[in-house]
Ligand binder design. Structure first.
Ligand SMILES: [Zn+2]
Ligand SMILES: [Zn+2]
Length: 644
């Protein structure tokens, strides 16, 4: 009789042939058996450690959502016989399914589909796992060409369905899907769900493939959680950086540029300058050196670095010239290696921390592009730290510190930390991978941050630590990456002269704290809802003349504010004062001062902040002093003039 050791230490005797679920609480929707996620119907063949997975946990939600995706495809197949279903993963906060539906289906059909899903949920159909041979699986998916393609490719792309010759299927009420599982025990356990949107998507994300209908939904452990999420969605819509980017006149992506490429308008340019100047200065203060490198390089560089071998799909095709083929850079690393190698390095010089706001280009699949969040060209706050092996852990810790300092300035704290080990495609040998992982683990342990491990999600040249942060409406963003690399120093034959006068191999840390500034800007815009803290606001104070005769006085005030370092503008349009104040509000200008005869006589003004709080009678010098202080301290709070 197998013995279950539950997470609280309780021992449960499980009758032979009984599933693990019968040894667990009613709340469980799946189980972690000897650290593998399993269905509750899993029958152990010996003693095992078992942990209940409940619906509200991160893993539980993933299982719940993935199960809901099955029901979605099942419902569509029921409504439109002949539907071919492609893939339906769980994603952050929900799930989707890509389907080839033999009818025109629009958002207007979502209620119908949802209704059919509710019937399947009400029927409480059991999810049954089956394991079959590959030929049998092909047979079972007769007419389902997407599934057949996946089955045929099993083994080529690891982890997609099952490695090896056994394919796992999940069946409920005769409807079957190809799937690794696990699932909730039955459809009745998918309680709170809703379909949210519909869009087009290409099979395997490739625009040369047929276009499919992608239906999105969300599922939660409880109705309250679902409603809270829908509220967050509305809020996210209101904060959408693409909408706010237009409204605030920050950037655009005109057709002529090409997908995923953006231009920054003057207001966006000023914001970028504030951000970039601070980032550069801080790096200099923290012992980094700034370097500048070109956007293209000969193919030999990318060959040595391994990019042509492992990263080519993400690179723009080469430019042919009479001095060879050139590639635009998808990463800055090889250039920084060349900076390092520009002279003989001694152990005394290390660590060398090379930093650059380096612009990179990646040929991302067109279907994955999304505003500034997923782009084809952008500027990274990239840095490469080259150090001796004995310095590695301290350097990684230094990066963690700088990360918390930089991101804390924007109001991001309490990171969710993930350690990703090497992927299948790599240029690193096992001994190097071990050393790199060990250094990251040691640094993580010493940092006191808790972390979880993500297997196989590292970069092709090394394992990495990612730091994710939550924004103002609770969404999680992966911002910072720290990678530990023993491979590039080897490939580029990087050296330093040691204390022993011998040549040694340094180690390299790749790190980007903000990622691309484009993506980070999008995150910031959504985090702040477009209302930047004063130090980042493109326009910090706007003067609104009551009548034309006050324009000259306003120009003079704006000049004085600018002399103090503030970004000040005058609204000299011929609109009414009310309209001008509203326009400042739409542009989310932090402070507006309406200037009329009485204000000028008194030399004191009514300051209006963008939340509509008005403080009358503030002397001009006091306004300027308060705002320069607020900006210089990079405060996240507006000045309370009434209190000062
Ligand atoms: Zn599944
Ligand atoms: Zn790098």
């Amino acid at each position: 009789m197998p013995q279950l050791t539950l997470s609280d230490g309780t021992l449960v005797q499980l009758p032979e042939g009984e599933p693990v679920g019968s040894g667990l609480d009613q709340d469980a929707i799946a189980a972690r058996v000897d650290s593998e996620l399993r269905d509750l119907s899993f029958v152990p063949d010996g003693d095992v450690a078992v942990e209940a997975v409940d619906a509200a946990s991160e893993e539980g939600l993933h299982i719940l959502r993935h199960s809901a995706a099955h029901v979605l495809a099942q419902a569509v197949c029921r409504l439109w016989p002949g539907t071919r279903y492609a893939t339906g993963p769980a994603i952050t906060d929900g799930f989707f399914y890509d389907l080839a539906i033999p009818a025109h289906v629009s958002v207007d059909d979502l209620p119908r589909i949802e209704e059919a899903m509710r019937e399947i949920v009400a029927a409480d159909q059991a999810f049954v796992r089956e394991e079959v041979s590959r030929p049998e699986a092909l047979d079972r998916f007769d007419g389902q060409d997407f599934k057949r393609e996946i089955i045929e490719k099993i083994g080529e792309e690891e982890g997609e369905v099952a490695a090896g010759d056994v394919v796992s299927l999940y069946r409920n009420d005769g409807w079957v899907d190809l799937c690794l599982g696990p699932h909730v025990p039955s459809t009745g356990r998918i309680g709170a769900f809703q379909l949210t949107s519909l869009s087009g998507a290409y099979w395997r994300g490739d625009e040369r493939n047929p276009q499919l209908t992608r239906i999105y939904g969300t599922a939660w452990a409880t109705q309250e959680d679902l409603e809270a999420y829908l509220h967050r969605l509305e809020e996210a819509e209101r904060r959408d950086h693409r909408r706010l980017g237009r409204q605030l006149d920050l950037f655009s992506s005109p057709e002529e540029l090409g997908p995923g490429l953006w231009i920054w308008h003057p207001r966006g340019g000023v914001f970028r300058k504030a951000l970039e100047d601070w980032v550069r200065d801080l790096h200099l203060e923290r012992g980094y050196d700034l370097v500048v490198t070109p956007h293209i390089a000969r193919s030999v560089l990318w060959k040595t670095s391994g990019h042509l071998e492992k990263y080519r799909d993400n690179m723009y095709p080469p430019m042919q010239t009479d001095t060879g083929d050139y590639y635009v850079k998808p990463m800055n690393c090889p250039f920084h290696v060349l900076v390092y190698k520009s002279s003989v390095r001694s152990y005394r010089e290390l660590p060398i921390r090379l930093a650059e706001l380096g612009t990179i280009y990646r040929y991302e699949k067109i279907g994955t592009l999304h505003g500034l969040l997923r782009i084809r060209g952008g500027t990274q706050d990239d840095s490469h730290i080259i150090c001796r092996p004995d310095q590695l852990v301290d350097e990684i810790l230094g990066v963690f510190d700088l990360t918390l300092e930089i991101l804390g300035t924007f109001g991001f704290d309490e990171p969710v930390v993930e350690l990703s080990t090497l992927p299948g495609q790599t240029i690193v040998n096992e001994a190097m991978a071990m050393k790199a992982t060990e250094a990251l683990t040691t640094a993580l342990d010493r940092s006191g941050m808790s972390y979880r491990e993500a297997k196989g999600e590292g970069a092709f040249y090394g394992p990495k630590v990612d730091l994710h942060f939550h924004d103002a409406i609770g969404r999680r963003w992966q911002l910072t990456t720290v990678q530990c690399d023993f491979a590039l120093p080897e490939r580029f034959d990087m050296e330093y002269v040691g204390e022993d006068n011998e040549r040694h191999r340094p180690v390299m840390i790749h790190r980007a704290i903000l990622g691309t500034l484009e993506r980070f800007s999008a995150v910031l815009i959504e985090h702040y809802g477009g209302a930047f803290p004063l130090w980042l606001a493109p326009e910090q104070i706007r003067f609104v003349p009551v009548a034309d005769r006050h324009v000259v006085a306003c120009d003079d005030l704006a000049e004085r504010a600018r002399a103090a370092g503030l970004r000040a503008h005058v609204d000299a349009t011929h609109e009414s004062v009310g309209k001008k104040v509203r326009s400042a509000q739409v542009m989310k200008v932090p402070y507006t001062v309406v200037v009329g005869d009485r204000d000028l006589e008194a030399g004191a003004f009514t300051v209006r902040d963008r939340n509509g709080v008005e403080t009358p009678g503030v002397p001009f010098d006091q306004i300027v002093t308060a705002l320069t202080a607020e900006s210089a301290s990079r405060s996240l709070e507006s000045t309370d003039f009434a209190a000062s």
